[in-house]
Design a protein around this ligand. Structure first.
Ligand SMILES: O=C(O)c1cc(C(=O)O)c2c(n1)C(=O)C(=O)c1cc(C(=O)O)[nH]c1-2
Length: 251
């Protein structure tokens, strides 16, 4: 989307919110999970692959902080790392996601080893971390704004999954529940930064493009999962049914 004249903060916020039309809540893989049409293998594949996103979020946030010279921003931003990594008295989102893994029948080792992480998912997530390392901190910070749309997606899982997938253990839902409040708080901070920083048509155009880049990452992750778990076309399927792809971080 090209912004030809500088938008008021209200109109710019509206333009950012309209990007919700491309959120991964509309991806067929996500719709199938929501409607109860996903197999156990598809749910497990999603949980195992999304774990790679979860463990990279704190690296991404640390990269933003490393590039940000403003202590007042860092003081607020550091909470995101603590939310995922945990701290004394709070286990954090990564641990909660490992519990989600166990609730859907995956061992902690399976998640931690990254053995199920598909190359396409890995490349998409790595692109997010690498963008945060290289971009201006303001641009990287605001790329988290897909979280504008996240409370709705977490809420929809809490409403639909227990009905459709009674085999998922209740402890698995803690992560989604905890993100409802955390994502709202992150968005409040991210949005106030975005409305302050992107104050020309050119900057606003670029910010909308960055938000689309982030939406593309989330969409591409589900495309990779669709190939592997819905269409039975995992990488190298014409050659072998073994998961021969690389499973360690190289970039
Ligand atoms: O489950 C989801 O659909 C979903 C989406 C997103 C997102 O929109 O990037 C995040 C999360 N969850 C999430 O749990 C999370 O901690 C998170 C952090 C960020 C970010 O960009 O900093 N996005 C998201």
């Amino acid at each position: 989307m090209h912004v030809s004249e500088t938008l008021t903060p209200e109109a710019f916020e509206q333009a950012l919110r309209e990007k919700g039309a491309y959120y991964h809540i509309h991806h067929p893989y996500h719709i199938a999970m929501h409607n109860g049409q996903a197999t156990k293998q598809q749910i497990q594949g999603w949980v195992a692959n999304r774990f790679y996103y979860q463990i990279n979020i704190p690296l991404k946030d640390a990269a933003i902080m490393a590039n940000c010279p403003d202590p007042s921003v860092r003081r607020q931003w550091v909470q995101r790392i603590l939310d995922h990594d945990g701290y004394e008295g709070s286990e954090g989102g990564i641990e909660a996601w490992l519990q989600l893994g166990e609730a859907v029948g995956l061992t902690r080792e399976e998640l931690l080893s990254a053995q199920h992480v598909l190359p396409g998912v890995r490349f998409a997530v790595d692109a997010y971390v690498n963008f945060a390392r290289r971009a201006d901190w303001q641009e990287a910070a605001c790329s988290s704004l897909t979280e504008l749309f996240a409370p709705q997606i977490h809420q929809s899982r809490l409403e639909s999954w227990p009905q459709h997938y009674p085999w998922i253990k209740e402890e698995g839902y803690f992560y989604f529940r905890s993100r409802l409040g955390q994502a709202r708080r992150d968005v409040e901070h991210g949005l106030s930064l975005a409305l302050e920083i992107f104050d020309t048509a050119e900057k606003q155009t670029r910010m909308l493009e960055i938000l689309q880049f982030k939406l593309d990452i989330l969409w591409a992750m589900l495309d990779a999962m669709t190939m592997a778990y819905s269409l039975d076309r995992a990488p190298y399927h014409t050659v072998t049914d073994q998961p021969v792809w690389h499973t360690t971080r190289l970039v």
